[in-house]
Design a protein around this ligand. Structure first.
Ligand code: PRX
Length: 663
């Protein structure tokens, strides 16, 4: 990927260029001295007895009944972990810290878009969670019922998730950037009984009328019995008698004490929908004991987290798995003090993240490469204005990081003293799988380095599944791990087919291409399926295509992910219109808005190319590979399998026309 231009020609740019020569960055001695894991033997030990290693991690949690069984492998890929244990996630996140005398510790320094501040201690959260858990029960929500959550980054989203966990009602959180249509679809697929949402969500000084938007689509959804509304923006909204209730009112009316349910380790904790190769999103199901084991162990070792000392900030949204695992469950299990920011990284100004790091004394900071690239574009001066001397560890997640962005992060944000953990994982893996351990592993810009202890990752060839020593292959995980998805909600067959059919039922197919270097380090390249990664947001090309063709003027569409300097990949759509309709700029806007309504604004195509026809094989399959080549200006690959080779020539003309207009 081309590197971001804004440092071009500066002294900083020259320094970064020079640093590109450095192959490895060793952990600083001062860091190693105090690291949570500093004995390299951990890798061999965990490898030799991986079940025992995970059992040891599980024992760090508080169980109502300690498990004696590690993993049940009798029916792969339906693994069961710690299955004779009894546990509750909200107890592990809250009660146990309060009982240990840490109730006054801040769990979240919450900061609102307009500068409002709320400090939530562990005791505060426990109080609110118990009340809301009782309120849910009063509404008739029972253990096993699915509860939808569609909320912005406000404390109530944490309270809602933990209240669900307390009573054993799996939550189904939908990222606030998804449209109401997408929420409805996810509520429908999961047969959610209740939905927790908000009157209005604030974004960069404006409010979006969320409840109103939800009302438009949710009317005919019979399975949804209750809509619980958090008062946040203060905008008026209609409340439908018998279905809608205010969050604060039902909490006020509820009893203050709600003992946590003693749940089986394998009780479902949540469903989180993510994009796959087809238009229908996949409901990734995570259960309780194994998931908590994975997220708490990785949070402690990968971020070297020290409870009571560190101030930790994962600048993701709770609506994605990163938020579930590393804003909510991992950090809270470990008694962390976190920062939670309601807004965008560039509102009210482009230095807000660093202002907040200074204000709260952030020591550990975790974000996505796309955000780092945006910061590079905005300029180092926004970072340099602030005192970031307390930072001691940085992390990235979501997509491969280009070395220049890594070095910029290291130098400008980390002051060249903070190790960077490039963490590779997925919604499906629940927790970090490939990552440096910051006190043990030397890092190389762009590589996620080694598998986490206990995890067995490999790069294999497409045909036989044999390890690939040199060059690119498919990334696989060859052993079960506690935080792995248990199935796709209500789609067991699709679960097996998607992840465990290519190389048998014990090898998890990741869906990414990767290579290993001479030191055995992993370099993740990107997806091998039709999943596109836009700013770390996972989208399926089929999902976007289906949204585009639902526009009345569109006949057909093919969507590809195109490399993008800022967002990693960007959506590029080839669109064929109905009849002899002509493509206009207005129609481009219409189609983009239409996709925004169907999926969410983040899914809007960056580029739309009008096509009279699409390149298809003789059997009618669209050849996306050729579309990718043409969109990125590469020489076309093999076109002999095309039904009509003239289609590509016509498209090439179109692109030339587009470029001439732009130029
Ligand atoms: O392609 C990989 C990429 O993100 C995908 C998983 O997306 P999602 O389930 O939305 O979870 C994102 C946050 C965990 C992976 O299949 N990916 C994630 N982390 C990295 C990455 N690619 C390269 N390097 C990473 N560190």
């Amino acid at each position: 990927m081309a590197d971001t231009a804004s440092t071009a020609g500066t002294e900083l740019e020259r320094q970064l260029e020079e640093m590109l020569e450095i192959e490895k960055f060793d952990p600083p001695a001062s860091f190693v001295e105090r690291a949570n894991l500093a004995d390299p033997a951990v890798y061999e030990e965990a490898n030799a007895d991986w079940k025992g290693w995970w059992m040891k991690q599980a024992r760090e949690l508080s169980w109502f009944r300690e498990p004696t069984l590690d993993v049940n492998e009798s029916n792969p890929p339906f693994y069961r972990w710690f299955e004779d244990g009894k546990i509750n996630a909200s107890y592990n996140c809250l009660d146990r810290h309060v009982e240990a005398g840490n109730g006054d510790r801040v769990a979240f320094h919450w900061r609102g878009e307009e500068g409002e501040e709320r400090e939530l201690t562990y005791s505060d959260l426990l109080r609110d969670v118990q009340r809301f858990a009782n309120a849910l029960k009063d509404l008739g929500v029972r253990k096993g019922d699915i509860v939808g959550i569609y909320l912005p980054m406000i404390p109530e989203v944490i309270v809602s998730m933990l209240a669900c966990a307390r009573i054993g009602a799996p939550h189904n959180v939908v990222f606030g950037g998804f449209s109401a249509d997408a929420v409805k679809e996810r509520m429908e697929f999961s047969e959610a009984k209740a939905l927790i949402t908000v009157d209005g969500a604030r974004r960069k000084g404006r409010t979006a009328p969320i409840k109103e938007q939800v009302d438009v689509v949710m009317d005919d959804l019979e399975t949804l019995e209750h809509i619980i509304v958090v008062k946040h923006s203060g905008d008026a909204c209609e409340m439908r008698e018998g279905r809608d209730v205010w969050f604060h009112e039902i909490c006020d009316a509820a009893a203050p004490e709600c003992p946590p349910e003693e749940l089986d380790a394998e009780h479902p904790l949540y469903v989180l929908y993510t994009s796959g190769s087809t238009a229908k999103p996949k409901g990734v199901l995570h259960t309780t004991g194994g998931y908590l084991t994975g997220v708490s162990a990785t949070h402690s070792y990968v971020f070297d987290h020290k409870p009571g000392e560190d101030v930790y900030w994962c600048a993701a949204d709770v609506g994605w798995v990163t938020g579930h695992s590393y804003i909510v469950y991992g950090p809270l299990c470990n008694g962390a003090t976190s920062v939670m920011w309601e807004g965008a990284p560039d509102y009210p100004h482009k230095g807000i993240w660093w202002e907040l790091c200074e204000r709260y004394g952030v020591t550990i900071f975790y974000t996505a490469p796309t955000a780092i690239r945006a910061c590079i574009k905005w300029g180092a001066e926004h970072v340099e204005k602030h005192d970031l001397s307390r930072l001691r560890l940085l992390g990235t997640v979501g997509e491969p990081i280009n070395p220049k962005a890594w070095l910029w992060y290291h130098k400008v944000v980390g002051g060249e003293r903070c190790p960077i953990v490039d963490t590779w994982w997925q919604t499906e893996t629940g927790a970090i799988m490939i990552t440096p351990l910051p006190g043990l592993v030397s890092t190389k810009p762009g590589s996620a380095t080694r598998a986490f202890p206990g995890v067995l990752a490999d790069v294999v060839d497409e045909r036989e599944g044999n390890p690939v020593e040199e060059g690119q292959g498919l990334l696989v995980l060859k052993r079960p791990w506690p935080s792995m998805l248990r199935t796709l909600y209500k789609e067991d067959d699709r679960f097996v087919e998607t992840y465990f059919s290519k190389f048998g039922r014990t090898t998890y197919l990741v869906g990414d291409a990767a290579r290993r270097d001479k030191d055995g380090y992993f370099w993740v390249i990107g997806r091998i399926d039709d999943v596109v990664n836009v700013s770390g947001h996972r989208l399926s090309t089929a999902e976007v295509e289906s949204a585009i063709v639902s526009h009345p003027k569109v006949a057909e569409s093919a969507v590809i992910g195109q490399s993008d300097e800022l967002t990693g990949q960007a959506i590029c759509a080839f669109v064929t219109l109905n009849g002899d309709l002509a493509g206009t700029d207005e129609l481009i806007d219409e189609i983009r808005d239409h996709v925004g309504e169907r999926i969410g604004k983040f899914a809007r195509p960056k580029r739309i190319i009008w096509a009279d026809d699409l390149p298809k094989t003789r059997s009618g399959k669209i050849m996306r590979r050729l579309l990718r080549d043409i969109a990125e200006g590469r020489a076309l690959g093999d076109v002999t399998t095309l039904r009509d080779a003239g289609v590509m020539a016509a498209l090439e003309d179109k692109i030339k026309e587009e470029q001439a207009q732009e130029g």
